[in-house]
Design a protein around this ligand. Structure first.
Ligand code: MG
Length: 254
């Protein structure tokens, strides 16, 4: 069952979301040739603390995971889809760099991800990134009262597959609030009208994770997920609230 938030709780999540979006806006220009994941991670932590918030991912241990996450930021390069642990590897021209970041403010979490294209990215990769961003926008548009979780999944999946891209297996969006991951799971695939009905007060992290090649993923040594066929992957995420007036993106830099 989804946790339904009060308007007061959503107001706190709005504040948390704005803080996170501001942090992401400051991080984005630091993603360039020669920068390392470790540098980006340190900057992310500094910016979050400057917002008087705390990192959500640092030391976070999802149920069933072998070990706690060792960093503030996830930096997933190229065929790595999500949960990439920052390293000293320098970013290169043509890299797809996925930044995934969460913070907690007044006991509420906010979660957001972007894919940054560094320098000369191949045409098909650029198409993947732009399509994934658009798929997230379409998923958000479908996240309104009267619709279901299946409508969100359908909006994302149908848009990506029409363009010849895959939704990767096993990884999903989620409810969010006092916990980083709450019920329900928000699948990036679905059938119209199926699944849990969407109601006012739900707060969800929508996050299409996509690939140029096949949908299968494998877990790597650092617990991150990469495409099994090595094809490039993209990821965008917003935290949203379902309100009377429709979906509201909380992770906006206003
Ligand atoms: Mg998330």
């Amino acid at each position: 069952m989804a946790h339904i938030k009060t308007p007061q709780e959503i107001e706190i999540m709005r504040e948390a979301g704005r803080k996170l979006a501001r942090v992401m806006a400051r991080l984005t220009p630091l993603v360039r040739v020669g920068a390392t994941g470790l540098e980006l991670d340190a900057a992310a932590k500094k910016f979050i603390l400057e917002e008087k918030a705390k990192p959500s991912f640092l030391n976070y241990r999802p149920s069933g995971a072998g070990k706690a996450y060792p960093a503030t930021l996830c930096v997933s390069l190229n065929d790595t889809v999500v949960h990439g642990v920052p390293t000293s590897r320098a970013i290169k021209d043509g890299d797809l760099v996925k930044l995934d970041l969460g913070l907690v403010f007044k006991e509420f979490h906010s979660d957001m991800a972007i894919t940054v294209m560094v320098g000369n990215v191949p045409k098909r990769a650029r198409e993947l990134v732009l399509a994934t961003k658009e798929a997230l926008a379409r998923g958000i548009k479908a996240a309104k009262q009267g619709n279901t979780l299946g409508d969100i999944g359908y909006a994302i999946q149908s848009f990506m597959e029409k363009r010849g891209f895959s939704i990767v297996d096993a990884l999903t969006g989620h409810g969010i609030g006092r916990d980083l991951h709450e019920d329900p799971w928000v699948m990036n695939k679905g059938t119209r009208g199926r699944g849990e009905p969407l109601v006012r007060g739900m707060t969800l992290a929508l996050e299409p994770m996509t690939a140029i090649g096949k949908p299968a993923v494998r877990q790597q040594k650092d617990d991150s997920y990469a495409t099994k066929d090595g094809s490039l992957s993209a990821h965008f995420e917003h935290t949203i609230a379902i309100t009377e007036k429709g979906p509201e993106i909380l992770t906006l830099n206003l």
